[in-house]
Structure formats: structure tokens, C-alpha cells
Write a protein that binds this ligand. Structure first.
Ligand code: BGC
Length: 731
């Protein structure tokens, strides 16, 4: 099969003209022109700035003013599209490619299916808190079924940027701060998106991104420089990409940022030496949007022609929307500046993927009928509810939760009744009418409740006056304050220099605490927030993130204890923004805090986070005992008894960490080595076994050789990074 494809690729390459080859490298997006007179990018800016509504955007996108670059397509100058949102348009364009171009090479349609297509699941940061690879795979499968029905062949996901800095808006798209967890997430998502056979109509190629270290942007500011040791890059940021390539990811997107002065888009070491030579990747690479042209702004090339040459040489096969390749590659080859073999390599990688997807045999893999029937099926909604419930993290509970159904709820905060806000930042195909808000869910369940809109965010805040607060308190037994971030406050280009709740929301909470009624805070947000005062004063806190279409039902499932919460944080909640980046796997320093004045700490802020990595409560308690580690040749077998010592059934996420006590280079105080979810009925006890390959202890020495130190290691097992049992072993 593979040999067969390779043969077909070379045969086709032989038939292609230079211009046709260059055409295959080009990905365009639909441009909005004509009556509106604005291009697509500007339009997106307008949505984010609030100059036009999302509804208006959708109306414009589906209007006749979209330029689909049909003339270019007919001339063989387009190999792929990004962002075609329906089967009809996709098939229309595909027909032009097949019937009206000389060689009839099918188009590849790419789309950002980040956490769902029509059925919107929780944002990735949320879903990672489920610590559930099976779930991650299932939600990706559903997303692929829907997205392929909508005409797409490739998703720009999973995003597997290790993200340790909560100021960075794109933490919302990531599976959090841990390298190993991110690797597991990436592998599961690839299985889900790509299915068992990429040539099936409902399988889509996974494009892992952003290669690499985008999550380490200096000061948490999006697109900013990344400057770090090679050791750190290879130990903390590259492993999820390596694991995902080994799991079969068929596409890779280089990141916008530079690493140590070389933008990833022109980084030959990264894209050739590491990706292709070391890891054996033979799929397709695609630049990030406009990233090739942006190399001029980086100051690494003089002009767009040089940008095209450097990016192609470095190994960027397809140009996402910068047009540098279509403008310059023919001339670069003709003038002898660029060898044709470099171009052939890139075209070959693109054609290979098109063959693997079965596009030459079946260029039309969907139709409007399939599209209509595949979206938002009841079982998809059910899965979205399960995913949302498993993603939510109970951060505090003084006993007020779970609620009983006769409790009168006083709900406050506009996010409690805003369906469109439930989807999160990356849900292009979302329809807000599909979403259930908390108020919707209360109404559907006929629960006694009283609702006051109040605030949505700092700008748009309508102050809740004392009178309304008094009425709310009078009408209710328990207040549910729904606060956090609106969805545009996280995601791309949404870094924040202060990650606390806006003042207006904090003020509202102060008013509510004063009423004396228990205040349950429900947070909808896309990043960790610095909320020490909420931790101190709220009766309970539920981190609900941006949960997707089943938001309202999922929140009620937890508040009323229909499901025992089980989510655990995959990202550290700081005490103050100034602690960022703060993460559990830090090194000790020579002067750990807690030993007096001249130690590594702050004068004005504790050194600890408010909520640590791995943390999350439930309505029961789990007791750990009898930790035992058996050392084998290849792996450690870690055994522990876990007991549900409370009175309700639940699921516990058992986490295993290690610490290398004396390293060749200094090592983190803890590193995640394994985890599993266990179902335990009230009173039940289970022996949990975790396998930790010895290779996990490997890391890079000063000379970049991998070492596994002999000597003492500490093994920790528990329900988070600060509690549990530990034991020492010698390797
Ligand atoms: C983002 C990518 C995304 C691409 C295409 C870029 O701005 O960085 O993550 O896949 O747009 O929409």
C-alpha cells in the first residue's frame, strides 16, 4: 500500500509542470470582498473587536460576497483551502479541481476543529482535566465524523503546546502544563481524528501544532520570542510532538515564534533534522497563517522571496495564506536559486497525504445529505455532557454542595444565561442555539431559581445594585455566582497581563458574601485565574471552564451531585499574576523557600499556588495506602491501594510522580510518570497498578546525550501534587 502510494506520487510528479507543482503548495482561505469591501482577516478582527457580531460574520461568510479564488483554482494555482464551512461549497470547489484543471488533482480542505465541529465539547484545557485518554479519543472521533461530513479532510489539531504560563491566552487550547499528559492527549486525539484508516470518509488527518515551544512565549505575550536551553526544549516541549508523530500524525504546523533566534517557519534543524530525520516523519507540513511572510517582520529574511526560499528549504511544504510560494517559487527555481528537488519533496509530501486520504479515488467524500444527518446527534450531545462533567474541577466545597432539589437558587451573572459564551474561543461552526446555559437547564429541570443577569465582563458590565442583591439573597437559600472570562478573553491573541477576575466581578462577589447566604462560585474561563480572595470567601467553587453545548446540564449534574465531580487541574492556579509562569515541575534552586530571608520567594506573595496541579475535590474521600514499587529491568511496577472512604460512589484520578534526587543536571521536584482513572463504589478498595518505563527517567546532560542516572529516586502516588504517599527507590 505504502509502496503503491510512493509510486503514484512519483508518477504524478513526473507529469506536473513547474507551475502545477507550485500550485499544490498553496492554501487559500475564502476572502470576503465586494459589497463589504473587507478581506477575511480584517473581518475576523472585526468580530474580535466587537465591531460586528458573530451572527453578522456568519451571514457574511455565507453570502455571495465570498471570493473563493476560483480563477486561481482553475489555473492550477490552489492545492488546498482553509475554512470552507460546508459540504456544498467544498464539493463545488472540488469539482472544479477534478474537472477543470489539467491533471485533476483533488483539493485538500483544512479546518480548525479544535474542540468540536458542530457538537462543541469543552475547550482542550478543560478536557485535559478529565485525565481520560479514552474520552479524548471519543470526542475527537465525533469531531472528525462531523467535520468530514462538512467537507473537511484535515484538522489543525491537536494543539500540543506545553503551556506553563497562564498569561498566554492560548493555554485554553492546550492540554495544560505537563509534558507527559500533553503527550497522552496528543496521541489519543490523533487516534480519534484519524480513525483506523485514513482513507475512510469519516477520517481526517491530524495536524499537530505549533511546532515548537509556542507555549513558552516570553512574558506570556502571544507570538513572542522563545529563548531556552536545548535541554529544556528537548525534555519539556518536544516530547508531545515526538509521541504524536510516532502515533501517526500526518501533518505538522510550525509555530509562529522563533526559538533561540530562528523562527520555526525557517528552522531547518527543527523541521528536517528533528522531525524528518530523527523521528522519521513523512507526512505534510503547513505553515501557520501568513507565517512565511511574517519572517520578514521577524527580521530573518530580507523579503518575501527569501522568505519563500528559506521556508521551503527548511521543510515547510504548504503555505497557509501568505502567497509567498505562489508569488516566488517558480522564479526561484527558474533562476537556479532553488533546486527543483526541494520543491518536489514538498509537493510529494502533499500528494502523499491526498493519496492516503483516498482523495484521488473518492474526491467527494461527503454530500449535503450526509452533512445534515451527521451533526449534533443525541449521542454526541450525551458525550459532550460526559466530557463537560468530567472536565469540571471542584476547587472548594465547605459542605454546601451537592445541593438538594428543594434548595432555592439565586443565580447571578450574565454568563449564567449566555448560550454563545459557553463554546469557548475556537468553535467556528458553533451555533449558540445548540448550547444550554445554566438558566436554560434550571428551567428545563423546573428547579426553584431566581435569576439576575448582572455582569459579563469588565467592559460590558452592568453593575448589580444593592437592591437587586438584597432581592436575590432574600429569594434564595444558596447563591450561585457565575463569573469568569468571556470567550474572547482567552485563545489566540488574548494574552492578559493580569489574570485575576475583573474588579467589577470581585465587587459583585463581595456584595454577595455580605448577604450571609452561601455563595457557590461557578467559573467559566479559558485559563487559570488568580483568585485567592474567592478561595477564602466562597462556600464552594466549581471550575467549569468553557464547557461546550451541554454547559448548563453539566454544571447542574455536578451542583446537584447527579455525578460526583472527578476532574483534576492540569494547570496550576497562581496566587497572583506575578508568579507566572508557575508550574509544579519546577526545580528546587539552591535556596528553596521556607528557610528564612535569603531564599527563593516573593516579599508580597506566597510562593505556593492557590490550587496546585493535579488538584480537584469530589463528594467523597479517597484513602491511599500500601505503596509498593517493584523494580524491573525495563519498568517500575507501582502498586497502591486506593479506597473510597466516603459514602458516595466516585472516580479518582490516581497520579504517580517521581523525583530524581541527585542528577547530572538539576531535576524537577516532581515529574508526572503515570496516571489512571479508577471507579470506586463507596467503601470499595482497589489495588491500582501503574507501569513506569525506566526510560521515563531519561533526560539530557550538558552535551545533549540522554542519561538515566543511577541512585536515589522518590516515587509519589496520590490524588494531586501535594498529598499522597511516597517511597524511595535506588536505581
Ligand atoms: C493559528 C492556528 C490556526 C490557523 C488557521 C492561526 O492564526 O495560530 O492555530 O490553525 O490560524 O486558522
Amino acid at each position: 500500500m505504502t509502496k503503491d502510494i510512493e509510486q503514484k506520487v512519483s508518477q504524478l510528479l513526473e507529469k506536473m509542470t513547474l507551475a502545477e507543482k507550485v500550485g499544490q503548495l498553496q492554501q487559500c482561505g475564502p476572502s470576503i470582498v465586494g459589497a463589504f469591501g473587507v478581506d477575511f482577516e480584517e473581518l475576523v478582527n472585526m468580530v474580535f473587536d466587537g465591531r460586528i457580531s458573530k451572527e453578522k460574520f456568519q451571514e457574511m461568510m455565507s453570502s455571495s460576497s465570498i471570493d473563493l479564488h476560483e480563477d486561481d483554482l482553475r489555473a492550477g494555482k490552489v492545492g488546498s483551502y482553509n475554512g470552507i464551512s460546508d459540504a456544498k461549497t467544498a464539493n463545488y470547489l472540488q469539482k472544479i479541481a477534478i474537472e477543470e484543471t489539467r491533471l485533476g488533482i483533488p483539493l485538500l480542505f483544512g479546518y480548525d476543529v479544535i474542540h468540536g465541529y458542530r457538537t462543541i465539547f469543552p475547550i482542550p484545557l478543560a478536557e485535559s482535566c478529565a485525565w481520560d485518554p479514552e474520552l479524548w479519543e471519543k470526542t475527537a472521533r465525533v469531531s472528525a465524523v462531523e467535520a468530514t461530513a462538512g467537507g473537511n479532510h484535515m484538522t489543525f489539531a491537536p494543539m500540543i503546546d506545553v503551556s506553563k504560563d497562564a498569561r498566554w491566552g492560548r493555554v485554553s487550547e492546550s492540554p495544560g502544563e505537563d509534558t507527559y499528559l500533553t503527550s497522552r492527549y496528543g496521541v489519543a486525539k490523533i487516534r480519534g481524528f484519524q480513525g483506523n484508516d485514513l482513507s475512510e470518509n469519516d477520517a481526517m488527518a491530524a495536524c499537530i501544532k505549533h511546532f515548537a515551544a509556542y507555549g513558552a512565549a516570553e512574558a506570556g505575550r502571544d507570538y513572542n520570542r522563545v529563548d531556552m536551553s536545548m535541554q529544556r526544549l528537548c525534555e519539556e516541549y518536544l516530547p508531545p510532538f515526538e509521541a504524536s508523530v510516532k502515533a501517526g500524525a500526518r501533518a505538522v504546523m510550525p509555530a509562529f515564534n522563533d526559538i533561540n533566534g530562528i523562527p520555526c517557519t525557517v528552522n531547518e534543524w527543527l523541521l528536517q533534522d528533528v522531525l524528518r530525520k530523527q523521528w522519521g516523519f513523512n507526512g505534510m507540513t503547513i505553515s501557520d497563517a501568513n507565517a512565511i511572510a511574517e519572517c520578514v517582520d521577524h527580521g530573518i529574511v530580507a523579503d518575501r522571496a527569501e522568505a519563500a526560499m528559506r521556508a521551503l528549504r527548511a521543510g515547510v511544504d504548504m503555505d497557509m495564506t501568505s502567497n509567498c510560494y505562489v508569488e516566488h517559487v517558480e522564479e526561484l527555481v527558474d533562476s537556479g536559486k532553488l533546486e527543483i528537488s526541494v520543491l518536489d519533496q514538498a509537493v510529494g509530501n502533499i500528494l502523499r497525504l491526498k493519496f492516503e486520504l483516498g482523495l484521488f479515488d473518492r474526491p467527494y467524500q461527503t454530500d449535503e445529505n450526509r452533512e445534515k444527518n451527521e451533526m449534533l446527534k443525541p449521542e454526541y450531545r450525551e458525550l459532550a455532557r460526559e466530557a463537560a462533567v468530567k472536565s469540571m474541577v471542584l476547587l472548594k466545597n465547605d459542605g454546601v454542595l451537592p445541593l438538594t432539589e428543594d434548595v432555592k437558587l439565586g443565580i447571578v451573572g450574565a454568563l449564567a444565561d449566555n448560550r454563545g459564551e459557553m463554546t469557548g474561543a475556537w468553535a467556528i461552526k458553533a451555533d449558540s442555539n445548540d448550547c444550554l446555559s445554566i438558566v436554560d437547564a434550571c428551567q428545563a429541570e423546573k428547579l426553584p431559581h431566581f435569576y439576575t443577569a448582572g455582569i459579563i465582563d469588565s467592559e460590558d458590565g452592568s453593575f448589580v445594585d444593592d437592591q437587586s442583591v438584597a432581592e436575590l439573597a432574600y429569594a434564595s437559600d444558596v447563591i450561585v455566582a457565575v463569573v469568569g472570562e468571556s470567550k474572547v478573553e482567552s485563545g489566540e491573541a488574548a494574552s492578559r497581563a493580569e489574570i485575576n477576575l475583573p474588579l467589577i466581578q470581585l465587587k459583585l462577589l463581595e456584595q454577595l458574601y455580605k448577604t450571609g447566604k452561601p455563595v457557590v462560585v461557578v467559573l467559566f474561563n479559558g485559563r487559570p485565574l488568580a483568585i485567592p480572595s474567592v478561595q477564602q470567601q466562597a462556600a464552594a467553587i466549581l471550575e467549569a471552564w468553557h464547557p461546550g453545548v451541554e454547559a448548563g446540564n453539566a454544571v447542574l449534574d455536578i451542583l446537584y451531585g447527579k455525578v460526583n465531580p472527578s476532574g483534576k487541574l492540569t494547570t496550576t492556579f497562581p496566587y497572583a499574576t506575578g508568579q507566572c509562569p508557575i508550574y509544579y515541575s519546577h526545580i528546587n534552586t539552591g535556596r528553596p523557600a521556607g528557610r528564612g530571608k535569603f531564599t527563593s520567594k516573593y516579599l508580597d506573595t506566597p510562593i505556593e499556588p492557590v490550587y496546585p496541579f493535579g488538584y480537584g475535590l469530589s463528594y467523597t474521600t479517597y484513602t491511599y495506602s500500601d505503596l509498593y514499587v517493584q523494580i524491573g529491568k525495563e519498568e517500575l511496577l507501582v502498586s497502591i491501594n486506593v479506597e473510597n472512604s466516603g459514602v458516595v460512589d466516585g472516580e479518582e484520578i490516581v497520579q504517580c510522580y517521581f523525583r530524581n534526587k541527585v542528577g547530572t543536571r538539576v531535576r524537577p521536584v516532581r515529574e508526572l510518570a503515570a496516571f489512571t482513572r479508577v471507579k470506586l463504589q463507596a467503601g470499595e478498595r482497589q489495588m491500582v497498578q501503574l507501569h513506569v518505563p525506566i526510560s521515563k527517567f531519561g533526560y539530557y546532560d550538558w552535551d545533549m546525550s540522554v542519561v538515566v542516572d543511577n541512585g536515589e529516586y522518590e516515587i509519589f502516588v496520590g490524588g494531586n501534587t501535594v498529598e499522597g504517599l511516597s517511597t524511595k527507590i535506588e536505581l
